[in-house]
Design a protein around this ligand. Sequence first.
Ligand code: ADP
Ligand code: MG
Length: 251
Amino acid sequence: MNESTYQRLRGHLAYLGLSTAAEHLAAHLDDPKASVTEVLESLLSQEVEGTRTRRTAGRLRFAHYPLKKKLADFDFSFQPSLDRKVVAELSTLRFVEDHRNVLLLGPPGVGKTHLAIALGIAATEAGYRTYFTSAQDLVRHLGQAHRDGRFNSKMRTYTGPSVLVIDELGYLPMDAESAHWIFEVVTRRYERGSIVLTSNRGFAEWGQVFADTVVASTILDRLLHHSTVMNIKGKSFRMRAHEDQEVVAML
Ligand code: ADP
Ligand code: MG
């Protein structure tokens, strides 16, 4: 290929935004044995890979998970009450396609947030848009947006993504307004998008969390209709670390 054709080709790739392909063009043309189709295929597959990586990074930034937790890092042997098969099924992400919810319940330290983040990250890496929020931040931001006349656009943050992770529902009791914002989000997502929710409260206590049993049961009804519930009844993983330290201290 003569120099000016090469320059024009590079220019076309750059103009079309195929920057990875433009960057690798020279290297591919150096291979005299490669056919035109082989060169095109490998150039474009590099471009696709680059684009996929960039988009995943963008979705992860948007979702802003507070920690990078993976399903592979979860020690199931420490949490025997947790059914691995259920988690394996969830990791296929069929629940996202089916707009089903995942409710992770249990005392502090049993890995609820870990699993919720890991499922969210898995969905993000598979191409879904996801978003992480604590229950407290969600009600605070929606309340503020409502007062500032930005309610609809803020609400889209919580209704737009395919997966909304709501962490730590029930740590603090909610007043009627807060309960109403949770109700709005759950109702708007109902049968349209998945919610992955963690709570340290059993369903029977949700009446206290929302200070209103009618609102609580309406929220629960919608959350539970299409859902997978995991009730983790084990020991705290955090305390395990303390136990180890104590053992070390005693030696
Ligand atoms: P919870 O949300 O239930 O209070 P977390 O998910 O925050 O608990 O877990 C507390 C810490 O312990 C986190 O750092 C988490 O990654 C880790 N952890 C909890 N359970 C496990 C587990 N079974 N295997 C590996 N790490 C775990
Ligand atoms: Mg947690």
